[in-house]
Design a protein around this ligand. Structure first.
Ligand code: GDP
Ligand code: MN
Length: 377
């Protein structure tokens, strides 16, 4: 789960990272009010969950409250990389002398979190990594020890940060690590961390990505989820505990188990088809889950057929079959289904489904070939 810039910066502030004064607004009038409260120059920043907002025109400086209102009107009407802007952050504008990159993520190869910093901040770090990798200074963090003071100093020296800033840089680096660790994040990033004309370090931008698998431990963070920016189908899927990802093809997939779901998608592709989604209904899925999954898949107008591939272990095939019938009684559809049921209660499952608009298949290869043929017809 990604956090918005304003949310990340609120968290950072709690961990002792200096951030600009500011608040979030949903209307241009509110933005004007905030600018009045702050006084002086402000920066109006689109709150969308993508990077590169600056380049896209989603970040603008305003000299006074009425300009702030103008800029907010402009930005609130924008779409950035396909996402509508629903909120803007109004921050005290910083006078920037230098932009630094500072971030933490998991280094899977090293099996440790890694802190990265670069004097070439502001731009996307992926670009720096590609063109001038020597400009990125790294320190791996042993989770039980946390970020050590010497590591923060090494990084500060590595990016040629003037010595007068080392103490506060250490505080920022430790704060970022603590935020990352406490929140079970997979990314915590300040880009840019700036040196202002008043010679202060300030986190002008903030980004956090949280590990969805740990969110149940953090109800306060889970509540920060912005439903405005997610596909309705994915919100619905989460409500029922389904792992669902929408794709661009026309063969809907309903499968139990992530591995089997991936295999199913691979086989569809092998025979020249394109999956419309990834969907794992999970082990032991009952009729209500199956029925929710059907509704979600059928809401996609591209779907020409649904390939149901269930390997009944804990999941009972008759339960799955009942779920499908209950979904079909709610959602009237002509979309044909290709079903492959094997394992626990498969016989009974097939019997229950025998009357519906079904094509049965014996093997996964058979099922995929039939689904692709229907989708192409
Ligand atoms: P991003 O493009 O989505 O990463 O958004 P950022 O918040 O990083 O802003 C992009 C760029 O806008 C920064 O690298 C700065 O150069 C500039 N910027 C952001 N906030 C301020 C500010 O308060 N004052 C000034 N002068 N520039 C800013
Ligand atoms: Mn940025």
């Amino acid at each position: 789960m990604k956090l918005h810039e304003y949310q990340s910066k609120q968290l950072f502030a709690k961990y002792g990272i200096p951030v600009p004064k500011g608040r979030v607004a949903a209307t241009a009038t509110e933005a004007k009010q905030i600018a009045e409260e702050l006084g002086g120059r402000v920066v109006i920043k689109s709150q969308v969950l993508v990077g590169g907002r600056g380049k896209a025109g989603g970040i603008r400086l305003a000299k006074n409250p009425s300009e702030a209102e103008e800029m907010a009107t402009l930005i609130l009407g924008m779409e950035i990389k396909g996402l509508p802007v629903r909120k803007v952050l109004v921050d005290e504008a910083a006078q920037i002398e230098k932009e630094i990159y500072l971030g933490i993520t998991n280094d899977r190869a090293a099996r440790k979190p890694v802190m990265m910093a670069s004097s070439a901040g502001g731009v996307e770090i992926e670009e720096v990594a590609r063109l001038t990798p020597e400009k990125i200074i790294k320190a791996h963090i042993f989770p039980l020890l946390g970020l050590r003071d010497y590591q923060a100093r090494d990084i500060a020296a590595g990016i040629d940060l003037p010595r007068e800033h080392w103490r506060i840089f250490g505080q920022i680096a430790r704060g970022l690590w603590q935020a990352y660790a406490d929140c079970d994040a997979t990314l915590a990033e300040v880009n840019p961390l700036v040196i202002t004309s008043g010679n202060q370090l300030l986190a002008v931008d903030g980004k956090m990505v949280l590990d969805d698998n740990a969110l149940f431990l953090h109800t306060d963070l889970a509540e920060m989820r912005d439903l405005d920016v997610e596909a309705p189908s994915e919100i619905e899927a989460r409500k029922f505990g389904l792992s669902f990802i929408k794709l661009d093809g026309n063969i809907g997939c309903m499968v139990n188990g992530a591995g089997l779901a991936m295999t199913t998608m691979d086989i569809i592709k092998l025979f020249g088809g394109e999956p419309a989604n990834f969907l794992d209904i999970g082990g032991g899925a009952g009729a209500d889950k199956v029925s929710a999954a059907m509704r979600i898949i059928l809401a996609d107008p591209n779907v020409k057929t649904i390939l149901l591939n269930v390997f009944g272990g804990i999941t009972r095939c008759d339960e799955v079959a009942r779920g499908i019938l209950s979904a079909l009684s709610e959602v009237k559809t002509k979309v044909p289904m290709v079903i492959r049921l094997v394992g626990t209660n498969a016989e009974e499952g097939r019997r229950i489904l025998a009357n519906a608009n079904m094509v049965t298949a014996e093997t996964l290869v058979d099922a995929a070939q039939k689904a692709v043929a229907i989708a192409k017809a």
